[in-house]
Design a protein around this ligand. Structure first.
Ligand SMILES: NC(=O)CCC(=O)C(=O)O
Length: 273
C-alpha cells in the first residue's frame, strides 16, 4: 500500500479559501498512491479557536466538497484530516455546543466513506472542551488491497485525532474492532513533539498495528507546530519521519507484515481481560 502523508504548514496570514485550493492541488499531485492523509483542522487552523465558529461547516460544505473532488481526481483513498463540523441539521451534542472536530475519509470515487468525531478534546476546560462536543464512536475504514475470500477487507484502519493518542484504551477498542492500522491526523505543538513520536511508537508496538500519523507544520495562533509526521510499522520501526517544515512523506507500507508479525510474536494472545 503506497501512502502519502501531507504535513501541511501554514500561518495566520493565509486565507482559508487559498489554503483549501493549495491543499486540494497537493492531494491531486499524489495520484499513484493508494492512501493520502492530511492533518487535523488544517483548513480552519488547529489552534485558531477564535475563528472556529466562523469557519465551521457541515460535512458536505466547501471543504468536504473540495476534498471529495480531489480524492476522485487523484483516484486515492483520502483521509482529509478534520474540519470544525457544524451539522446542517442543527444537531447538538451532550455539551450543547453543536460543533465537532470531525475527520472525513473519501473513497477513490469521491464518496464519503467515514466521518469520525474526535473523542478526547484538548484544552483542559478551554479550547476544544469549551467550544466543541465530544465524539462517542469508534470508526474504522477498509484499506485498499486484495480482499479476503469472503469479500471483506483484509486490512482495516481505525480513526483517531491528535490528543486521542494519549489514551491507549481507545486503541485497544479499535484493535478489538479489527484494526490493523491507526490513522492519526494532528495539530501537535513543537513543545511536546517528543510525546508525539513516543506515543505513536507505543500505540504501534502495544497493538501490533501500523501507525500513520500526520502532523502540522508552521506557526499559527501563537503556537509552533511540531511536524515529525511519521509512519510506524507494527514492529515499531519508523518507516518514514518528517522534519519540521511542510513536507510530503511517500512510503510503501507492507500491510501483510502485520499478520506475519502477529503470528511470529503473538503477544496479543496473552492479554488478560
Ligand atoms: N490538537 C490537539 O489535540 C493537541 C494535543 C496536544 O497538544 C497534546 O496532547 O499535547
Amino acid at each position: 500500500m503506497r501512502v502519502a502523508v501531507l504535513q501541511i504548514g501554514y500561518g495566520d496570514d493565509e486565507l482559508m479559501a487559498d489554503r483549501l485550493t493549495r491543499v486540494a492541488d497537493l492531494v491531486r499531485a499524489q495520484a499513484g498512491h493508494d492512501l493520502v492523509v492530511l492533518p487535523e483542522l488544517w483548513a480552519p487552523g488547529g489552534f485558531s479557536y477564535r475563528d472556529w465558529a466562523d469557519r465551521a461547516q457541515p460535512v458536505d460544505g466547501p471543504i468536504g466538497t473540495a476534498m471529495s473532488a480531489a480524492a476522485r481526481d487523484a483516484g486515492v483513498l483520502l483521509h482529509a484530516g478534520s474540519i470544525v463540523e457544524r451539522p446542517a441539521s442543527g444537531e447538538v451534542g451532550s455539551d450543547g455546543h453543536g460543533l465537532w472536530n470531525t475527520s472525513l475519509v473519501y473513497a477513490a470515487d469521491g464518496g464519503l466513506v467515514a466521518a469520525y468525531r474526535k473523542i478526547h478534546r484538548f484544552g483542559f476546560g478551554a479550547g476544544e472542551p469549551k467550544l466543541m462536543d465530544a465524539g462517542e464512536d469508534v470508526v474504522l475504514v477498509d484499506l485498499p488491497g486484495d480482499p479476503l475470500p469472503d469479500g471483506s477487507a483484509a486490512f482495516r484502519a481505525a480513526l483517531s485525532t491528535c490528543y486521542d493518542l494519549r489514551f491507549p484504551e481507545l486503541y485497544r477498542r479499535q484493535l478489538d474492532a479489527g484494526a490493523t492500522a491507526f490513522i492519526v491526523p494532528a495539530a501537535w505543538p513543537a513543545a511536546r513533539v517528543r510525546h508525539w513520536t513516543l506515543l505513536a511508537h507505543a500505540r504501534a508496538i502495544e497493538n501490533q498495528c501500523v501507525v500513520i500519523a500526520c502532523n502540522t507544520a508552521g506557526t499559527h495562533a501563537g503556537t509552533e507546530m511540531g511536524g515529525h509526521s511519521q509512519v510506524i510499522s507494527a514492529t515499531g520501526e519508523a518507516l518514514a519521519m518528517a522534519g519540521t517544515s511542510e513536507e510530503v512523506l511517500s512510503v510503501e507500507v507492507d500491510m501483510a507484515a502485520v499478520t506475519t508479525w502477529r503470528e511470529k510474536f503473538p503477544v496479543l494472545q496473552d492479554r488478560r481481560l
